[in-house]
Structures are given as structure tokens and as C-alpha cells.
Design a protein around this ligand. Structure first.
Ligand code: BES
Ligand code: ZN
Length: 905
């Protein structure tokens, strides 16, 4: 068995085993005796056979005397290994550690330089990492093969033997051989300096790179076309060219990305005040791509849906996502590429920063998109759910094996880290924050850093409190606090803190102790009903204090903490304050701004879900929604209303819940309507959120509209009958659900197969999963195994869509278990998307029987690879769901009974 050396302890310990023994005992790290400084790399991918050959010479500094050269190599066949002017005794591959170990005849003396030469071969088929082939059909229906690379985090070693750790930066001189015919060309990080026609093949040589980590190297061989434009550096370095590449028939779809890309790059140069050091920045849309995008220095690669924009196909959300992904990857050109984390433990320095900065970048170019407030719903709220579980982990997390490294690219490294940076910026002020960023990037350029290096730059600008200590309480321990607010006297409010856990029962479990005892130093901000507009007070609640109090006038009615939800904590008020806040929302909700309203809703529901307040509090609050018109708070409310539908589906209050939820949507549903405004971004976002919720909750008119549009289109598919891009997912999905016939499903499937626009294809796929005929859902699941129908890159999305359909859930669960071995074989246990499937498939499970099934499955398949954490998360979610029903159904049911009568009055 492929993964046999990665064996976990047996079962009894199911819940406590996280770590597999081997992961702890094996030393995955390279020895420190050698440091590469330069790679001469020659690669020749053969598009016809799917194999490649390569040669390299690596210049290496010998730091300490050693008789071994140890570097990474994985899934490569080595035909020759030599060291210039030295003798190699022998070499071998350690497949578990993915290493090439070379024994030298004579030891290498310290302080010298050697040149290691290797000739190697590998294969590029059926994979999305290392060097791999991708296929697409041209406008005339011809099949085309191209070659792409994806090296982050540990796959450069599958393309060439190398010192594949982020701190081992070196310069690269890359040469690529590509077919001369068929419009093929090669692209890489650097500009091409020479193209030598060898007849059938052409050899392209690129300029020497700046020092960079191996995971950032990139080569593409493709017949792409491009558009180009110029980035103005405004005196911070030289102007340079930006090009956007795509398959020739889609070239017109890069216009938006190129225009946005130039604008956001100019913004980052201005913000960072550090020059972009390469002569060009390319972007390319790749038909087969595992993640959404990858920030290779000088050549950012994207999934097609992430880069291409076509107003005839792309929704408002697609447009925003394209901008966001570009902004994110372009931030990495500084955060990650110029300054890189020393080791994956500090991945947040790359990904958390890029996540945080992407919102600033998009906001600068499109100030009317409300990105800074969207941060709250897209990043902060989701990760607060994740981080309220025992299966979470700290931002700075020790990782060693490739599976652990793959798994650390998760919502903690991205969204929690991004949220902590947002809190930090709010605490020290945007000017100091920006200054610290500039000095950090300047000081560490071409080098590697740890968390403390960044914090030192910020701390240097702050004198009135211990900033590093404050930040360590957030980066070194998982979770976050809920602050309890009490009116301790007529003249004071008192705050205390406790770790927030979503499942009440989790408080009973023993947790690994931390230095700060799961207390945090919390930068608190607040205002009172008596405060003037924009008057904000602040106070720091140190982790080692039991409580803090603030004095207020006797006539103060309420206090609102965590202004604009800049802090990573929840706030629970004593009942009378909740009541006052709710009254205020109902009387004049604009007393709280958009972010504060979103936060109040989100906190109230999260606290109710966790049994820390009565569910009545959150339900009472929803009454104000009849006058809410903004997207961000509605997004919170609509998501919660839809989620509650799922959890209450098998409870006695289901019907009365639906009635209530629909009544809340009445006004806003009328207000958004079914006509898309060309230029109102946030209204468009609101519309989709509301229509989705309305269809999901069974608002009759919404389902009728969706069905009518669907039937009209499916009867006669054409540009004229096709709904507006924003409405397509809703119309396809709920239209299919309402039609629910095999004939229309078949027709939709045929349209799906013929469709060539990548984002339209995903929308139709979502449509196909709307049907409630289990037989058809099962067929789709089977069809999804065929690469020519569902690309490997989209397989997990397809499975998740099916599992999210109540009829599909058990079909997917059975299928997943029955075919797990083949699936693991196809995707590999190191695939983090495959690893995460378990958590999403089982996310709605809420019974003892299901819990046992999941545990049984783990017993049977103990090797989880990059999915280890997700397995724990899945178990914890099921237990939470079970507990939730016990704790809350009765409350909700009796509240609804009361309201129902009130509503009918
Ligand atoms: N560096 C990542 C790509 C990546 C992710 C490589 C995981 C290896 C493992 C890239 O910067 C990234 O974060 N991509 C995101 C998109 C972005 C908008 C968050 C992705 O692919 O989802
Ligand atoms: Zn990233």
C-alpha cells in the first residue's frame, strides 16, 4: 500500500490521535551544512508523451564539512548524479522523506563551493502539481496540450532535484525546450533573453532571476495569446510591462484582469514604497489548476475562472473574486516573494498578509464595492466559527511533513491571520502600520523571517504598551475570547473574558495548556448610546487581569463593544443590555453602522448557538431586519436563516420556522427585485444573497420566478433566453429543483458539456445539483469521474454541491466511503482539497448513528494524509450539531409559537 509507512495508532484513541507517529519521528528537514546559491536548470517537456527530461547544475556553498549531499527529489528518475571535480561514492532515494542522499568519496571541506550536476526524467500526466500537462479544446474543437508547473509548497522536487525549503533562496537560470510548430512558446519568472530554433524544437532561455525560494519557480509551455499594458512605478523603481495570457479563443476575457492588475500593482508600489524588482509581471489563465491562483514571482498563474472575466458570463461576484485573487497574488510579490517566511510554521506571514492586503487593494481601485466591510462576512465570520472548535490550531503552528505543510494552508493561516492584522492596524493606526510594513519589507528583502521579525517592526513604533506580548496571545494560542459585559453599578460596566467555544460540552474537555491560559490581551473599543457620532473609546484588557471596568454616566442605556468589529472576539451582554441594543436596532438601526449591525447579528446567533444566551435574544433581534437594506448585515442574516433551515429540517418547528423566515424576507425581496442594475455592485451582491435565501426558504414567488426563467431558457437555450449572469446560479439551481424532470436534467447536462466558458460551466454544474431525484444526483457523481466531463480541479466542488443537497448528502457519503481507496489513489492523500471533503460531506450530520458511521470509517481507513485535521473537525461538528438540537429546538419552537400569533395579528 502506497502510504503504509504513515501509520497511525489504532483506534480506541480515535479522538485523541491527531498526530501520526511517523510524522513525529521522521526528520523531514534538510541538514544545514549546505546552501544552494544558484540553479542552472534545463527542462524539456515532451507534450506528445507526457514525459519530461531535465538537467541541472546547482552551485552550493559548503557551510560545514560533510560527506553527504542531501536534497529533495520526488517521483523523478535520476540518470546521472555528479559533482564537478569530486567523486560521488553512491546515491539513493529516501521516498518517505522525498530526499536524494549522495555519499561523497571524500568529505567536502567547510567554506568551499561545489557544483552538483543531475540528469533526470519524470512524467506529467494526471496530476496538478510539479510539472504537469493541461488540456483544452481550441475554438475549432482541436485538443491541445500545454505544460504548467505548481511547486508550492513541496512540489518543486517533483520537477527537479532541489533544496526545496523556503529559506534556501537561490538565483535561477532557466532554459525550456518547446515545440517550434503550433504557436508554442515558453514563459517563466523572468524575461526571455534568447530563443534558439533547433528545428522541431526551440530552446528558450530566460534571464537570471533574483534570489528566490524554489516554490516560486514557474515554467509554462503553451500556445497562449496575451494582452499587455504598463505599470507606472511613479519613481519607486522603473516602470514595467504587465501581460495577461490565455488560450487564444479567450483572449478578450483578460481585459478586465489586466486593467485591474495594473491599477492594484500601482497601489501596492505606492503603499509598500518598495520597488518591484523584476522587469515584467505576467499572468496566465491555466485550464487545469488545483487552487485558484499561485503567486510565482513575475508569472502569476490562475485557474481560468479566477482570471477571465466576460460580462456576458461573469456575475458581480465573479468580478469581485477576480479582483480579489489578483490583489492577493500581487501582494505576494512583496509579502512572500521578496520577504519569505523561514519555514511553513509562519505561513501566515505570507497568506495572512496577502489576505489582509487584498481587501485594501480592491478597495483602493473600487471604493464603491465596500470591501473593508465585506472583510467581515467573507473572512472574519467564517474563521470565527472554525476557531471556536477544539480542533482549531494556533496561527503559528509547527509543521514538518509534506502532509502537515499542505494542511496549514487553511482558514487560520489566511482568515484568522488576516483578521489579526486588521485588528493590529486598527490598534496602532494605519500610518504606523504602513510604516512598519515598509520597514519590514525593506529590512528583510531577499531574506526570510519569523513572526517576531514583523512584530518587532511594529513594536518599534509603539511605546505605550507591550505590543509583542499582546500579539503573542493571538498568534501562539488557538481560539479567541468572548467578553462578558455587565452593568456592575449605576456608573460602570465591567468586562470579563473566557475562551469562546461553540459547543457548550467542549468546556468540559481537557485542552492542551498554553502560556497565556487561553486568555488574550484584547484591544477593546466601545461607544455608548450617549456618545457623539464617531466618538470611540478604547481600553486594553490584559490577559493577566481578571476584569476591566469603564465608568459611565448613570443615564447611559447601552454600550456597544468591538466597534466596526475590528477585534477578533465576541461580546456577550447581560440580558438587559441586549434588550436595549435590540430596541435601538428596531427604533433606528443606523445608530450602528453596517459593520456593527453585521457583528451584532453574528454575535447574537453564535452565542445562542453556543447556548450562552437564550435563542430568543437573537430571534428578537431579527425583527429589525424588516428595515435593513444593506448587503453586509443581510448577508449575515440570510446565511443564518438558510443554515437554520437545514438544522431544523427534522424538528417539529420546521414549518413555523419557514413561515417566520419568509416573513423576514418580504420587504427586502421586493426591494431587490429580479432586475440587475449594471452599476450597483453592493445592490447586486444583496440581490443574489436575498434571492438565494428566498428560494432556499421556499418563498413562493421566488421559486416561481426561478422556474419560469429556467423553463423558458431550457426550452430554447439562446443568449436571448439566458438569465443575467448574476441570476444564473439561482435560476439554474432552483429552476432545476422545481422542474425536477429527467428530460430537463438531461438537457441541462448536454448544455453543460457543450459550454466552453469556464465560469458558466461551474454555474451550470451547480444547476445540475439542484435536482431532487437521487438517481440523477448519483449519475452526476459517477459522471464526475470522467475527466472529460468534470476536470479533476472541479471534482471536489462538484461533490460538495451534491452533498449540500439534502437528497444528495447520504448518496455522497455512501459513495465516498465505498470508493475511498480509488479516490485516495487518484488525488493522493497529500491533496488538501481531498482531505477536506470529509468535513464538508458530514457537516450536516447530527445523530449518534452518523457519528458512529464516521468513526467506523476512520477505523477502516486510518491514513488521512493532509486531511487529519478535517477528520477531527468533522467529529466535533457532528457532536456540536447533536448538542445544538438538544439545547435549542425547544426554545426556538416555543418562541416561534409566540411570534406566529403575533405575526397574524
Ligand atoms: N500561495 C497560494 C496558492 C497555494 C495555496 C499554493 C495552497 C499551495 C498551496 C495563493 O497565494 C493563494 O492563496 N491562492 C488562493 C487564492 C487567493 C485569493 C486566496 C487560492 O488558490 O485559493
Ligand atoms: Zn496566497
Amino acid at each position: 500500500m502506497m502510504y503504509s509507512s504513515f501509520r497511525c495508532w489504532p483506534l480506541a484513541l480515535l479522538l485523541t490521535i491527531v498526530a501520526c507517529v511517523s510524522a513525529q519521528n521522521i526528520d523531514y528537514r534538510l541538514p544545514t551544512a549546505l546552501e544552494p546559491t544558484h540553479y542552472e536548470l534545463y527542462l524539456h517537456p515532451d507534450l506528445a508523451t507526457g514525459n519530461f527530461t531535465g538537467q541541472e547544475r546547482i552551485t552550493i556553498n559548503v557551510k560545514q564539512a560533510t560527506s553527504q549531499i542531501i536534497l529533495h527529489s520526488h517521483k523523478l528518475t535520476l540518470t546521472s548524479v555528479y559533482v564537478l571535480s569530486r567523486e560521488v561514492e553512491n546515491f539513493r532515494l529516501d521516498t518517505e522523506r522525498e530526499l536524494l542522499i549522495i555519499d561523497m568519496k571524500q568529505p567536502l571541506a567547510a567554506d568551499g563551493t561545489i557544483t552538483l550536476g543531475i540528469i533526470f526524467e519524470g512524467q506529467m500526466l494526471n496530476k496538478l502539481v510539479g510539472l504537469y500537462t493541461s488540456n483544452y479544446k481550441t475554438a475549432t474543437g482541436q485538443q491541445r496540450t500545454i505544460v504548467n508547473s505548481q511547486f508550492e509548497p513541496t512540489y518543486a522536487r517533483q520537477a527537479f532535484p532541489c533544496f526545496d525549503e523556503p529559506a534556501l533562496k537561490a538565483t535561477f537560470n532557466i532554459t525550456v525546450v518547446h515545440p517550434t510548430a503550433g504557436s508554442y512558446d515558453a514563459i517563466s519568472n523572468m524575461n526571455k533573453i534568447e530563443s534558439q530554433n533547433l528545428g522541431e524544437n526551440t530552446m528558450a532561455t530566460f534571464a537570471i532571476s533574483v534570489p528566490m525560494s524554489t516554490y516560486l519557480a514557474c515554467i509554462i509551455v503553451a500556445d497562449f495569446d496575451h494582452q499587455k499594458s504598463t505599470v507606472k512605478a511613479n519613481g519607486i523603481g522603473a516602470d514595467f510591462e504587465m501581460r495577461a495570457f490565455a488560450t487564444p479563443h479567450q483572449l478578450s476575457k483578460v481585459t478586465f484582469a489586466l486593467e485591474f492588475g495594473v491599477a492594484v500593482t500601482e497601489y501596492y508600489i505606492k503603499y509598500f514604497k518598495v520597488e518591484y524588482p523584476l522587469p515584467k509581471l505576467d499572468m496566465a489563465a491555466i485550464p487545469d489548476f488545483s487552487s485558484n491562483a499561485m503567486e510565482h514571482w513575475g508569472l502569476v498563474t490562475y485557474r481560468e475562472t479566477a482570471l477571465l472575466y466576460d460580462e456576458n458570463y461573469s456575475s458581480t461576484l465573479n468580478k469581485q473574486a477576480t479582483a480579489a485573487v489578483l490583489a492577493h497574488e500581487i501582494t505576494h510579490q512583496w509579502f512572500g516573494n521578496l520577504v519569505t517566511m523561514k519555514w511553513w510554521n509562519d505561513l501566515w506571514l505570507n497568506e495572512g498578509f496577502a489576505r489582509f492586503m487584498q481587501y485594501k487593494g480592491v478597495d483602493d481601485v473600487h471604493p464603491d464595492w465596500g470591501m473593508l466591510e465585506q472583510f467581515i462576512i467573507m473572512a472574519l465570520h467564517p474563521v470565527m466559527d472554525f476557531d471556536a472548535k477544539l480542533s482549531s490550531h494556533p496561527i503559528v503552528q509547527k509543521v514538518e511533513s509534506p502532509d502537515e505543510i499542505a494542511a496549514i494552508f487553511d482558514t487560520i493561516s489566511y482568515e484568522k491571520a488576516g483578521s489579526i492584522l486588521r485588528m493590529l492596524e486598527n490598534l496602532v493606526g494605519s500610518t504606523k502600520f504602513e510604516q512598519a510594513v515598509t520597514s519590514y519589507l525593506t529590512k528583510y528583502k531577499y531574506q526570510n523571517t519569523v513572526t517576531d521579525d514583523f512584530l518587532s517592526e511594529v513594536a518599534a513604533l509603539v511605546t505605550d504598551f507591550d505590543l509583542k506580548l499582546l500579539m503573542r496571545t493571538w498568534t501562539e494560542q488557538m481560539g479567541y475570547p468572548v467578553l462578558k459585559v455587565e452593568r456592575s453599578s449605576n456608573e460602570a460596566f465591567t468586562f470579563t473574558q473566557q475562551r469562546f467555544l461553540s459547543n457548550k460540552a467542549s468546556y468540559e474537555e481537557t485542552v492542551e495548556p498554553t502560556e497565556f491560559g487561553y486568555k488574550w490581551t484584547v484591544p477593546i473599543t466601545y461607544y455608548l448610546d450617549s456618545s457623539k457620532a464617531d466618538e470611540i473609546s478604547s481600553i486594553i484588557f490584559s490577559y493577566d487581569s481578571d476584569s476591566v471596568s469603564v465608568r459611565v454616566a448613570e443615564n447611559v442605556k447601552w454600550i456597544k463593544l468591538n466597534v466596526h468589529q475590528m477585534g477578533f472576539y465576541r461580546v456577550n451582554y447581560e440580558a438587559s443590555i441586549w434588550e436595549q441594543i435590540t430596541k435601538q436596532l428596531i427604533a433606528d438601526h443606523k445608530r450602528f453602522d453596517i459593520a456593527d449591525r453585521a457583528q451584532l447579528l453574528n454575535d447574537a446567533f453564535a452565542l445562542a448557538d453556543a447556548s450562552q444566551i437564550s435563542y430568543n435574544v437573537s430571534l428578537e433581534m431579527t425583527a429589525y431586519l424588516s428595515s435593513e437594506e444593506d448587503f453586509v448585515p443581510w448577508y449575515v442574516a440570510a446565511s443564518k436563516l438558510v443554515a437554520l433551515k437545514k438544522t431544523l429540517m427534522y424538528s417539529e418547528s420546521y414549518a413555523s420556522y419557514l413561515t417566520y423566515a419568509r416573513s423576514l424576507l418580504t420587504n427586502v425581496y421586493k426591494n431587490v427585485g429580479w432586475t440587475v442594475d449594471a452599476n450597483n455592485h453592493l445592490k447586486n451582491r444583496l440581490r443574489v444573497s436575498v434571492l438565494n435565501a428566498a428560494c432556499s426558504l421556499g418563498v413562493g414567488d421566488c421559486l416561481k420566478e426561478a422556474a419560469e426563467r429556467f423553463n423558458k431558457w431550457i426550452a430554447n437555450p439562446s443568449a436571448a433566453t439566458r438569465p443575467a449572469p448574476d441570476l444564473r446560479e439561482i435560476v439554474y439551481h432552483y429552476g432545476m429543483q422545481q422542474a425536477n424532470t429527467e428530460a430537463s436534467w438531461e438537457k441541462l447536462l448536454a448544455i453543460y458539456q457543450e459550454e466552453t466558458d469556464p465560469s458558466e460551466k461551474v454555474k451550470i454544474m451547480f444547476g445540475l445539483t439542484g435536482v431532487s431525484d437521487g438517481q440523477l444526483l448519483y449519475r452526476l457523481l459517477e459522471l464526475a469521474n470522467d475527466e472529460s466531463i468534470v476536470r479533476s480541479q472541479d471534482y471536489h466542488t462538484c461533490v460538495q454541491y451534491i452533498a449540500a443537497n439534502p437528497v444528495g448528502e447520504s448518496i455522497v457519503w455512501d459513495y465516498y466511503r465505498e470508493n475511498w481507496v480509488q479516490l485516495a489513489e487518484r488525488f493522493g492523500l497529500n491533496d488538501r482539497y481531498f482531505g477536506r471533503l470529509i468535513a464538508s460531506i458530514t457537516s450536516g450530520f447530527a445523530s449518534e448513528v452518523k457519528l458512529e458511521e464516521v468513526q467506523e470509517f476512520y477505523k477502516k481507513q486510518p491514513e488521512s494524509g493532509a486531511g487529519a485535521g478535517s477528520r477531527h473537525q468533522a467529529i466535533e461538528t457532528i457532536k456540536y450539531n447533536m448538542n445544538w438540537l438538544q439545547e435549542n429546538s425547544a426554545d426556538i419552537s416555543s418562541w416561534l409559537k409566540g411570534t406566529k400569533s403575533a405575526l397574524t395579528v
